[in-house]
Ligand binder design. Structure first.
Ligand code: URA
Length: 247
C-alpha cells in the first residue's frame, strides 16, 4: 500500500502555513491536486506522486525531516524491535513516512534529547568521533560526587574495558543527604559516545547512575516545554546550528 498523508500536513510540513491557514486557502479554492481544486484540507494525498499546487505553484515535497524527541524511559533507540517499543513507534504516520531513525542511542532507561532524522549525512557527521560533538547530561548518582571526581573526569577515567575517556566536564548541582545513601545531582558534558559511557564513567569512580537525562547535543538543547514522549520539528535556527557543527 502506498503511503498517504493529509493534504494540510503536506503543506504545513513544507512550512507553507499553519493548518488553519491551509484550511482557509482550501476553502478559497487556492489548492489543487492533480489539476483539480480541492476544498477539503484533510484529503489524503500521495505526496510523492500527486501534483499539489498552491496558488498555481507546485509544492515540492521535501526530502528530510528533523525531529526533537524527549525520549521517555522504557523505549529503545532503534527503528524496530521484536520485544520493545521503539522511539519510532512514538511517531505519527505523518512523520514515519519519512523513515526517520535516531541519531545515536540513548539507553532504554535514559530520558531526554534524541534527534530523529532521515538525513544520513548529517547523522553521520554528528556521530563522527572526529567531530567531538559535545553531549550534556543531567544525572542522579548514588554516592558523594566531589572534587576528586571532577578532576578525574577532566583528565580521563579508565572504563571497564581499559578505554581511557576524553576530558569531560563535571559539575555538581546538589547533594541529597537525607536518605541512607548520598545522592548527587550532576551535569556532565562528554565529547564522545562509547556504549553506556556516562554510567561506566561513574562506575569507574565507584558510583552508580540511577537517573540519566540528556539535555543537549552540540548546539541543540532539549526544549523544556516538550513533555517526555513528545516531539516536534526542529526550528530553522536549530537545524542551521546543527549543520554548522559539521563545518
Ligand atoms: N551514557 C550512558 O551511560 N547512557 C546513555 O544512554 C547515554 C550516555
Amino acid at each position: 500500500m502506498r503511503n498517504t498523508i493529509r493534504l494540510d500536513k503536506v503543506l504545513s510540513h513544507m512550512g507553507l502555513g499553519t493548518r488553519s491557514e491551509i484550511k482557509k486557502w482550501a476553502k478559497q479554492g487556492r489548492i489543487t491536486v492533480n489539476d483539480r481544486v480541492v476544498k477539503d484540507n484533510g484529503l489524503q494525498v500521495q505526496p510523492e506522486e500527486d501534483i499539489i499546487m498552491l496558488d498555481g505553484e507546485r509544492v515540492h515535497y521535501r526530502e528530510f525531516i528533523y525531529l526533537m524527541l524527549n525520549k521517555p524511559a522504557g523505549v529503545i533507540s532503534a527503528t524496530e524491535d521484536r520485544h520493545d517499543q521503539t522511539v519510532i513507534d512514538l511517531l505519527d504516520d505523518e512523520e514515519r513516512i519519512f523513515e526517520p531513525f535516531p541519531v545515536g542511542r540513548l539507553d532504554k532507561d535514559t530520558v531526554g534529547l534524541l534527534l530523529l532524522t532521515n538525513d544520513g549525512k548529517l547523522s553521520h557527521e554528528l556521530l563522527s568521533p572526529r567531530r567531538h560533538v559535545p553531549k550534556t547530561y543531567i544525572a542522579n548518582v548514588v554516592g558523594d560526587v566531589g572534587e576528586s571526581d571532577i578532576a578525574a573526569f577532566m583528565v580521563g577515567v579508565t572504563l571497564d574495558d581499559g578505554y581511557v575517556t576524553k576530558p569531560a566536564e563535571l559539575t555538581i548541582l546538589s547533594h541529597d543527604r537525607s536518605g541512607p545513601e548520598v545522592v548527587s545531582r550532576i551535569q556532565l558534558t562528554i565529547t564522545e559516545g562509547k556504549f553506556h559511557q556516562v554510567k561506566r564513567m561513574f562506575e569507574s569512580v565507584g558510583k552508580k547512575v540511577v537517573y540519566l537525562q540528556r539535555i543537549s547535543m552540540g548546539s541543540l538543547i532539549l526544549d523544556s516545554a516538550l513533555e517526555e514522549g513528545h516531539y516536534r520539528e526542529l526550528t530553522k535556527e536549530e537545524l542551521a546550528g546543527l549543520k554548522q557543527e559539521r563545518e
